[in-house]
Design a protein around this ligand. Structure first.
Ligand SMILES: [Cu+2]
Length: 196
């Protein structure tokens, strides 16, 4: 006879779904803060000619004293540009020189009439068939990827009562793999206990 495995409590799932639903409810409209309305070049645009300037248009008038627009390349190096020129709801920077092919990021931070700062960034790509290729940046140090968790299937193995027979090299290797599987299962079990 096997003891029936307890089903995952339905309450837990319900709680998760409720939490997710709450997160999805849009924040109250409030007193409409400023936000980015349109950009040139457009977000994620792929241009076959290098742009000479970048214009960001917001919903509300900008304060020229607090308008920052920064262009940087794929290597996260700042690209030389003019200071932002603010006209009403628009801020524009001129690009010095010609952008090489590659992906660029426009980062902005502005303050509008209601005094709230708005910031963000977006990317566009220059892919001029006749253009120069930007030097490929060395990939930035990424956050280390988490080691793969032992699959749940590993936890359902038997108690590992085996053992015996001659200890040849293959058996040693097999034993090593078994140890890794058991260790993985233990870690998994602990995590499960820890989270519930
Ligand atoms: Cu605001």
């Amino acid at each position: 006879m096997r003891t029936s495995t307890r089903p995952r409590p339905a309450g837990f799932l319900a709680a998760v779904l409720t939490a997710a639903a709450l997160l999805l409810v849009p924040a109250s409209p409030a007193a409409a803060h400023n936000s980015l309305k349109a950009t040139t070049p457009a977000k994620d645009a792929e241009l076959d000619a290098a742009p000479t300037e970048i214009t960001l248009e917001f919903l509300q008038r900008l304060d020229p004293a607090f308008t920052t627009i920064i262009l940087s390349d794929a290597a996260e190096q700042k690209v030389p540009t003019s200071e932002p020129v603010v006209t009403g709801t628009k801020g524009t920077i001129g690009i010095e020189g010609t952008l090489a092919n590659g992906t660029y990021t426009v980062a902005y931070r502005v303050v509008s009439a209601d005094g709230h700062p708005v910031q963000g960034s977006y990317a566009f790509t220059v892919a001029d068939p006749a253009g120069t290729e930007a030097p490929v940046p060395s990939p930035p140090a990424t956050t280390p990827t988490e080691p793969a968790l032992a699959s749940p299937a590993a936890a359902t193995g038997d108690d590992g009562g085996g053992g015996g027979g001659g200890i040849g090299a293959p058996a040693v290797v097999g034993g090593g793999i078994l140890l890794v599987l058991i260790a993985g299962a233990l870690v998994l079990l602990r995590r499960r206990r820890g989270t519930t």
